[in-house]
Structure formats: C-alpha cells, structure tokens
Design a binder for this molecule. Structure first.
Ligand SMILES: Nc1ncnc2c1ncn2[C@@H]1O[C@H](COP(=O)(O)OP(=O)(O)OP(=O)(O)O)[C@@H](O)[C@H]1O
Ligand SMILES: [Mn+2]
Length: 437
C-alpha cells in the first residue's frame, strides 16, 4: 500500500527540494531510518543519506564524514554492561484510556512500541509518523548527548522528540557524491527493525535552530565560514571544534530526524564481541566459544542477534560497531535490541569488508529466518537493491544513496549468502540453523 502524502507537504518545502512524499506503508524489507522496504525480508533502518547531486536547485551538496573510533574496546570482557540500571525510569505504560487512533502519531508509536521491533511494519500510524518527523514545527532544539558527535534533540510542537544529526561534509567522486554523510548512514537493511524510524529533513538555520534554542552550545558557538552560517555545537572536542563546524547552505541545514525511543523504555549498553579495536583478537582467534559462554550473552539470548548485526553491518559496511543497546520491559526479561550507532555505514560503495562477517564465519550458527531473508533478497525479482531504492525514493531528501551503493548492497549480500552456504555445506542444517539463543 502506498500512501500519498504530497498534499501534506507545505509549498515552501516542496520548493526547497521536498518532492513528492510518499511513504510505503510498511510492508517491510529493509528497515531503515526510514525503513520500510517491502513485504518481507530486509528493511531500511534509518533515513540518512549518503550523497546526492544537487537537485531542486537550492539544496546543498553534502558528503561523507569521517568518524573517530569512539570507544576503546578491550575484549577482556567480551560483553559488559556499561550502564547501570536506572531504577527511577518507569517501565512501559499501556495506553488504555484513549483510543489509539485519536492520539498523536508519536503517542501511537510509543503505545505500540515493542522491544522486539522498534516499529511495526504494517502499523497505520507509521507513514504519518515519518511525515510528522519531516514537517512538524520545531518547538525547541538543543544539543543531545555530548559524548561523541554533534547531534540535536528536537522537541516538536506536537510533543514528539527526535534525535537529529546534521550533514557534515563533502567528497565528490566521478561527478557524484558518494561516501557517507554524517548522520545519514543509517539504513537498516534487515528484516529486523532495530533502528528507529528516521527521515531526512531540511531545517531552517535561523528559524528552526537559532530562534528555537536557549542552548549555549548552539547560541554561543555561532560562526561564519565562507559566507555560511555555522555552529560549533556541543560534543567531543575532536568532533566539535573551529575546524569541524556544522554549516548551513544559505538558511538550509540538512539533517536526519530519528524518532526518539520512548523515554519509558529501558536500554542498556552491551559490547559487541567482534568490535573493531586495537586488540581485535577475533581477527586471528576464533572467539565464538568464548562468546557463547558469556553469561550475559546466554542470559539475554544475544548470540543469534550478533549474527544479524554482523550481516547488517556487512551490508552497510559499518566498521564501527562497538556497542548496541538492549531494550527490555522489565528487569529480568531483556529481549530486544536497538542499533543507533550506524553512522559509519555507507562510506565506500567500492569496498567490501569480509571480516565484518567474522561472527558468521567463526560460529556457523544463525537463525533459519535470517538465511531465508538473505536468500529471498538475492532473487532477481526481489533484490535488496531494488527494495532499497524503492524505499529510499520515498525520503524527502531523495536521492539518499548514490547509485554505486545499490550494486554494493547486492554484492555484499551475495557474500553473506556464500559464507552462510559454506557453513551449511560443512556442518549441515541441523547444526547451523538455530532458533534458540
Ligand atoms: N532515536 C533514539 N532514541 C533514543 N535514544 C537514542 C536515539 N538515538 C540515539 N540515542 C541515544 O544516544 C546515544 C548516542 O547515539 P549515536 O550512537 O547515534 O550517537 P553518536 O555516536 O554521536 O553518533 P554517530 O555514531 O552517528 O557518530 C545512543 O547510544 C542512544 O543511547
Ligand atoms: Mn556513535
């Protein structure tokens, strides 16, 4: 089902590059920031984009960002709780007194939230939620979580909150932009919806940012560079500095806007065992047994999730997976997980990194459903690249990915399938397919 939302886009937005805005009501394929791919296999994870040529006249050209390694991952403790429990955070509340459809879209989203999937592919509110993220007026904007790269917390006049990341900078290859735009690296590509709903948006530098904030990290760090309005912002010194400004083009600042996971949801940070690090012992040692013995991996059924994350990261070429978040509904049952930190993905469409598949290669154990999804998306009539293209074409900042990323997705998926098939040939289905942790 395709829902046309064209009329809902104000004319000024259309003029500044917002084109027809149709959102595929989640049938599901690749989850994505923007999500939505087709009706089964993968799904886009977040709507960020990696590069594009100028389109619509007055939109800025952006490009890829270089991101620093954020955390030194010692593999001594393969999986470690980084954050303690916060007992003051309430658990999920059910909305019982109001009919869901009468609630604002974000409220419908929150009340429908499941820890297993960060959104439901067929939910009626999802296209509207995405649309709202792209157009609802900003009430307040501030710096969010200064620990790493610069990002905004946006509060909208409808009460919703989102995490937003600005584009950073540009590199052009063969006349087209490629590589990854900061904050736009988040296309999930799974049939697992582990990245919150996201969409591209053009913020007005003065009207949506300067006039809507009282955050000194924004107000007091305004600069001008090459005639453009910029801010240093507030984040880690190496990311927010005079040398690394966030600049608008004219008044326009392109950002990704991701639905904030409801604040009632508890999350806990967990290390990814195959994280890149200076120690990266997994590159020369099979760490699979150690991982499976880890009490936290066992307790929270994390093992098979690692396999999904590996495939996901391989497809987007995210070589920066250090952590992910587990999410849960009560203190004993921690069943879901979320991937926020995908910003290094989609950096180079001409390169593949097979070592990202180390979990699959070392363990040879994964869900049959994962294998089937991979298989499905390699079919000519349901190719991952086609679904990705279709899904991303719905983003207001389309084109999100440059053309070279589409064959890259299919090529990497074929590599995944090949590794999985090697496992099956070697060990047989009964050992390889696993549904329980
Ligand atoms: N949509 C969201 N909802 C709730 N919390 C979020 C969301 N996005 C990010 N966060 C929180 O903020 C933290 C930092 O997010 P993220 O890893 O995306 O930022 P970053 O490391 O600065 O970005 P990047 O990896 O793109 O450089 C996450 O670990 C998570 O706790
Ligand atoms: Mn990060």
């Amino acid at each position: 089902m395709v829902v046309s939302l064209n009329q809902m886009i104000p004319a000024p937005l259309r003029m500044c590059g917002f084109r027809s805005f149709r959102t595929k009501a989640f049938a599901f394929v690749s989850t994505g920031i923007a999500f939505c791919l087709v009706t089964f296999a993968f799904e886009l994870s977040e709507h960020y984009r990696t590069g594009y040529t100028l389109k619509g006249g007055n939109r800025p050209v952006n490009v890829p960002a270089v991101r620093g390694i954020e955390v030194n991952n010692s593999l001594v403790n393969l999986v470690t709780n980084v954050k303690p429990w916060d007992d003051n955070v309430p658990l999920i509340e059910e909305v019982t007194s109001l009919k869901r459809e009468t609630l604002p879209t974000w409220h419908q989203y929150s009340s429908d939230f499941s820890v297993m999937e960060l959104y439901h592919p067929n939910s009626s509110y999802l296209p509207k939620l995405l649309h709202d993220l792209a157009v609802v007026e900003v009430r307040n904007i501030s710096t969010y979580n200064k620990e790493s790269q610069f990002k905004f917390l946006i509060e909208f006049i409808d009460g919703n909150k989102a995490i937003s990341k600005p584009m950073r900078y540009i590199s052009v290859s063969c006349g087209r932009v490629w590589g990854f735009l900061r904050g736009k690296g988040r296309y999930g590509i799974f049939d697992f919806r582990k990245v919150p709903p996201c969409i591209g948006r053009v913020l007005n530098f003065t009207g949506d940012i300067i006039q809507k904030t009282n955050d000194p990290d924004i107000l007091n760090t305004q600069r001008t560079k090459g005639g453009q309005k910029c801010i240093i912002g507030g984040c880690r010194n190496d990311f927010c500095s005079e040398k690394r400004l966030t600049c608008a083009k004219g008044e326009f600042l392109e950002v990704s806007v991701c639905q904030k996971i409801p604040e009632s949801i508890k999350m806990r940070q967990v290390k990814y065992p195959w994280a890149p690090s200076v120690h990266d012992s997994w590159k020369h040692t099979n760490i699979c047994k150690n991982v499976t013995k880890d009490p936290i991996v066992r307790k929270h059924d994390l093992f098979l999730n690692f396999m999904e994350i590996a495939v996901f990261d391989h497809l987007i070429l995210n070589y920066d997976r250090h952590h992910f978040k587990t999410i849960f509904v009560n203190k004993t049952k921690e069943i879901g997980y979320a991937l926020f930190d995908n910003g290094k993905g989609f950096g180079n469409p001409h390169k593949d990194e097979i070592s990202l598949l180390a979990p699959i290669k070392q363990c040879c154990r994964f869900r049959k459903s994962l294998y089937q999804k991979v298989l499905t998306l390699t079919n000519e009539d349901s190719k991952l690249s086609s679904r990705m293209r279709e899904s991303l074409s719905q983003d207001p900042l389309d084109p999100v990915l440059t053309d070279a990323f589409y064959p890259a997705l299919d090529r990497r998926l074929a590599q995944v399938l090949s590794e999985m098939n090697k496992c099956l040939e070697k060990f047989g289905e009964s050992k390889v397919f696993s549904e329980k942790w």
